[in-house]
Write a protein that binds this ligand. Structure first.
Ligand code: FSX
Ligand code: SF4
Ligand code: F3S
Length: 365
């Protein structure tokens, strides 16, 4: 592609009606986690701002992130994005392969130097000069450094890219690390964790940059606030059971079958930030907790080393005593548990806000 087009240019070229264009803008506004009063700004950006080129690299990973992205909800957000952005290079989504494909990568990097979005899935293997993950005949670590050099912005997609993922689990024989550990903070960089991340979150982040030319507001860990601002526990539909002390004790007990809280079965919802409870997968069909399994904290750094997954969270030490005793009938204790839990939530939130305020100066918005 020689000239970068706006989203509206793409619609004109493809004979897509204005009405459909506006519907796509409304869908994008919601996918980007923005209020509908931002719709006019999204439409203006979609009409005026040329959409950037995207280079999408795959390192040490299982391709679950791509699978997630392609299975986004209705309207098919991945289609919307793939029809809008110029995805010039992607191992999983391109039909081309071999030397001409690698040559195309180099041409794209030269032609759009300083302007392209670099999206990365997968960890970076560093042991023995990176030979455990090769791409186009070269260690992935050197390809990543080369492509990152002239990127406008870098998106780390998935647990592998954000903290090394399962490859970096102890004893980490391949020396796998996150993308950030290789490219540093020399470029604006955004962390989109999850194993895999939620498709709407993936599309929301890339489209925010594509339309507005800047990253969405980030938290102190570099994650987009609109998607990682709440704990899984804060939006969990099983939360009333937690608050009233109704816990499943085993995966096949009556409490489990009745959909009670999975806290005692190791649920990491109280210490994990993501939008799973709101957005879910497959057009809001389900997510781990709805399928009867506790959250394993797949959006937390190095969660694979949290062993075993089914051990109750140690972080809630002060209320464990109450959790063991309270039940639906133990109203007094339940109230105490809820009050303490509420107080702990407030303390946690305050700590987080303070950390964010402290890091405000370093943020890329
Ligand atoms: Fe990692 Fe992505 Fe987990 Fe898999 O590509 S985030 S192992 S779901 O797929 O990198
Ligand atoms: Fe939901 Fe887990 Fe919190 Fe229970 S502990 S309310 S299952 S997030
Ligand atoms: Fe992952 Fe927990 Fe969501 S396991 S998918 S962060 S509910």
């Amino acid at each position: 592609m020689d000239k970068l087009e706006t989203m509206w240019d793409v619609c004109l070229r493809k004979n897509i009606k204005r009405r459909s264009f506006l519907k796509s803008c409304a869908a994008l506004t919601s996918i980007m986690g923005l209020n509908m009063d931002m719709l006019s700004k999204v439409v203006a950006a979609a009409e005026k701002n040329p959409l950037p080129v995207v280079i999408w690299l795959h390192g040490h990973e299982c391709t679950g992130c791509d699978e997630s992205f392609l299975r986004s909800a209705t309207p098919l957000t991945s289609d919307l994005v793939l029809n809008s952005i110029a995805l010039e290079y992607s191992h999983a989504l391109s039909a081309a392969a071999g030397e001409p494909f690698e040559e195309h990568l180099h041409q794209t990097m030269q032609q759009y130097a300083g302007k392209y979005i670099l999206a990365v899935e997968g960890a970076v293997a560093t042991a023995e000069n990176g030979i455990y993950c090769m791409t186009g005949g070269k260690p992935f670590v050197s390809v990543l450094k080369e492509v990152a050099k002239n990127a406008a912005v870098i998106i780390e997609y998935g647990a592998c890219a954000t903290s090394g993922g399962i490859q970096a689990a102890k004893p980490n024989p391949t020396g796998s690390v996150s993308v950030r550990e290789i490219v540093g903070n020399s470029k604006p960089i955004v962390k989109v964790p999850g194993c895999p991340p939620i498709p709407e979150v993936m599309t929301g982040v890339v489209m925010h940059y594509a339309l507005f030319g800047k990253l969405p507001p980030l938290d102190n860990e570099g994650r987009p606030k609109q998607f990682y601002g709440n704990r899984i526990h804060d939006t969990c539909y099983r939360r009333p059971f937690f608050d009233t002390g109704m816990f499943a004790e085993n995966f096949d007990d009556a409490g489990s079958k009745a959909g009670w809280c999975l806290y005692k079965l190791g649920c990491r919802g109280p210490v994990t930030y993501n939008s799973c409870g709101n957005l879910r997968w497959w057009n809001g069909l389900s997510y781990p907790i709805q399928s009867g399994h506790g959250c394993i904290g797949c959006s937390n750094d190095h969660f694979w080393d949290e062993d075993p997954f089914y051990k109750r969270l140690p972080e809630y030490g002060p209320i464990l005593g109450d959790v063991d005793k309270i039940g639906a009938a133990a109203v007094g204790l339940t109230t105490a548990g809820v009050a303490l839990h509420g107080a702990m939530s407030v303390v946690q939130k305050k700590k987080r806000q303070a950390a964010e305020e402290k890091s405000d100066g370093k943020k890329v918005e």
